[in-house]
Design a protein around this ligand. Sequence first.
Ligand code: TXA
Ligand code: MG
Length: 336
Amino acid sequence: MRPTAPRASAARTPTGRCMTLVPATDSNITRAANALRDGGLVAFPTETVYGLGADATNGEAVAAIFEAKNRPRFNPLIVHVGNLEAARKYARFSGMAEQLAQAFWPGALTLVLPKLPDCPIAELTTAGLDTVALRAPAHPVAQALLEAANVPVAAPSANRSGHVSPTLAAHVEADLGQRPVFILDGGPAPLGLESTVVDASQQSPILLRPGAITRAEIEAVTGISVGDAITGERPASPGQLASHYAPRASLRLDVTNPRDGEALLAFGPETPAHKGPCINLSGTGNLREAAARLFAALRELDASETQKIAVMPIPAEGLGEAINDRLKRAAAPRGD
Ligand code: TXA
Ligand code: MG
């Protein structure tokens, strides 16, 4: 599956950014692994679709994934690991989860599991959830990359938000070529359909996203019937499940003058005078840094005694759209 034809292109785009598309030879896989460890983005083939990967423990690198995909929302991402042994460093496996991993890994099954207390995966990777989605891909290029990088790799499909998932390196280039992405060409993705996502954090498995591995195959292994993620009458989109992190304190948005007793979630170099808990998402006004800190900052301010968190205005461009989306949803009245 590793092409040997010497096809490489490196283009400097009009914005001055550099994209590289290379065949997935051993030496290019080593280069890609180094790029991942340095906080860069690498698109790589898996047996399902091409993924856009970053070091899952590096919040700013993960923020760059959302930026490159132009995703207006922070959905939790799948974390790719080499095998079950590596996965155990990040999540707690029940007997049922263990059975599923033994049966289908490496392969097209993603398991959503409780994060371990000392889990080093960045909060942005899991969108602040207490669970993490893990998958060991079977594709030899993905396996070689994960082994060489020796870090867990967060990777959604390598397309622009709203476009179909890429099954060829050329699709990735067409969608993300304007971005500083290192693309490993490993030929067509054999399955061409995303992995099945199963929530295995409870007693019985719940199908969050149908995919390459079927419900019947999962039931045959576990002997338990697979539930559906249904809220009310319509299926829940996994990123929107009730477990999605919402702060206890209420939020007040676009605040330039915080009131006494409020905690302050600040942004940028000019912050108002304020007594009480304050976290600045980025003192330099850098949206990537702000995205990387967002979920941890909300959690930290929430843990203080405060009932209200005042949030300074965050520009709506680029990653600011996803940051503002998350804040708006956290600020919305609850009751459900
Ligand atoms: O085949 C695939 O799964 C591809 C390749 C690259 O591995 N990846 C992929 O990732 O499709 P992505 O990010 O596009 O899809 C992740 C899915 C989303 O439906 C997301 O909501 C769900 O997994 N997910 C991730 N973490 C979750 C969590 N902690 N709880 C519930 N759902 C989660
Ligand atoms: Mg996708």
